[in-house]
Design a protein. Structure first.
Length: 224
């Protein structure tokens, strides 16, 4: 809920729901700065988050209140087909470091190891993982990290997003709005994600496993 109006119902594991709620609102452009948030009330029993902003405005989704939208936190209104200002970053990562980060990610999440049905993502710099989140939805893990970085006022422009999940255009879009120039994935991207990332200035390193990887866009940021 944002300013007493329902925004969305998200299917999730019920952990890190504050990060998830804030990250989703931020990724959709409904909040722009941490200072805009006035109160955050978390009802853990009912898995509900109520956020109120200082000006209490809400220019969100126009949906029928009788319809419950249940989904992972995929991008809804902010996905763009045309990128006007692509990411420009001098960040580089040695290929070996990308492999190391993925190994760290795969061992960091007990939920992923136990179920193999959950996803895990992490914010990292070229030397290793800074923070990670896991959940049943890969979109959710990206928004959780986005919410964490938003509240902690972490500048993501020199960071890397690592994920176990497939990179869709929605995932690439969320990473773009965080300003992150490099995505590392255990899986592979969709063709639309590759096209979007080439236009958006994002480096995609996919299929990172067992000493190998594939670079799909802006390979100049990977030191081989």
């Amino acid at each position: 809920f944002l300013n007493d109006r329902k925004v969305i119902t998200i299917a999730c594991a019920g952990i890190n729901i504050k990060d998830l709620a804030i990250g989703f609102l931020r990724s959709e452009g409904l909040i722009e700065k941490p200072e805009e948030m006035n109160t955050i009330i978390i009802d853990r029993e009912n898995f509900r988050v109520d956020i109120k902003t200082v000006d209490r405005k809400f220019t969100g989704f126009h949906t029928d209140d009788s319809v419950v939208s249940i989904m992972s936190s995929g991008a809804r209104r902010r996905r763009k087909e045309v990128i006007e200002s692509p990411i420009e970053s001098d960040l580089v990562i040695p290929a070996q470091n990308a492999l190391t980060i993925m190994r760290e990610l795969l061992t960091a999440s007990s939920l992923h190891k136990k179920t193999h049905g959950a996803h895990c993502s992490a914010l990292a710099d070229p030397d290793g993982i800074i923070a990670f989140r896991d959940d049943i939805g890969r979109h959710n893990t990206i928004d959780m990290l986005g919410g964490y970085a938003f509240v902690e006022k972490i500048d993501c422009r020199d960071l890397i997003m690592a994920t176990t999940g497939r990179i869709s255009q929605e995932i690439a879009s969320k990473v773009f709005y965080l300003g992150i120039p490099i995505i590392i994935s255990h899986s592979v991207p969709t063709s639309r994600a590759v096209k979007f990332s080439r236009d958006a200035g994002i480096t995609i390193i996919g299929y990172v496993r067992e000493g190998k990887m594939k670079i799909y866009s802006h390979e100049r940021r990977v030191i081989l």
